[in-house]
Design a protein around this ligand. Structure first.
Ligand code: RP5
Length: 162
């Protein structure tokens, strides 16, 4: 079985609708990943265990999505040196600006690579993970290059009437 390279974690089942966009990109690029609900507030022991074992289990990137008081990505970054890509999930009360600020404003020493709010951010988290893995994996690199070329080629030069 192929070694799992990317961990996709999220604070709640309700985040999956957003975080699936990261999983979809990894599927498209043939990158192995695992998914898990890990909440900074509701399951802190699970968070600690996940962070403590991330290096020994061979994870290269952790994509962490959460909403509201979104402490999951930052707390995970405090527990492992595996690069953490944070996805601010859009919230009803504050449209995800709360999630964004919670994830973005890390103190020096424990970085989180913070993406845009919502599904675009989750998809970009998948692409960011792919880019990191592509540094040492030529097959992922060529699949990522092809994916980027296909997107670029799909953009028309002239606008059309609807
Ligand atoms: C956060 O609270 C989760 O990441 C989620 O985005 C938000 C709401 O969670 P639920 O109340 O839907 O479980 O911890």
């Amino acid at each position: 079985m192929a070694k799992i390279k990317v961990g996709i974690i999220m604070g709640s089942q309700s985040d999956w609708a957003t975080m699936k966009a990261a999983a979809d990109i990894l599927d498209e690029l043939g990158i192995t990943y695992e998914t898990k609900i890990v909440s900074a507030h509701r399951t802190p022991d699970r968070l600690w265990e996940y962070g403590k074992t991330a290096v020994s289990r061979g994870l290269s990137v952790i994509i962490a999505g959460a909403g509201g008081a979104a402490h999951l990505p930052g707390m995970m970054a405090s527990k492992t040196r595996v690069p953490v890509v944070g996805v601010p999930v859009q919230t009803k009360a504050l449209s995800g600006v709360d999630s964004l600020y919670s994830i973005l404003q890390m103190p020096k020493g424990y970085p989180v690579a913070t993406m845009a709010i919502g599904e675009a951010g989750a998809a970009n988290a998948g692409l960011m993970a792919a880019g990191i893995l592509a540094i040492h994996d030529t097959e992922i690199a060529s699949r990522l290059d092809a994916w980027r070329d296909a997107l670029s080629n799909s953009i028309p030069e002239m606008p059309q009437d609807d």
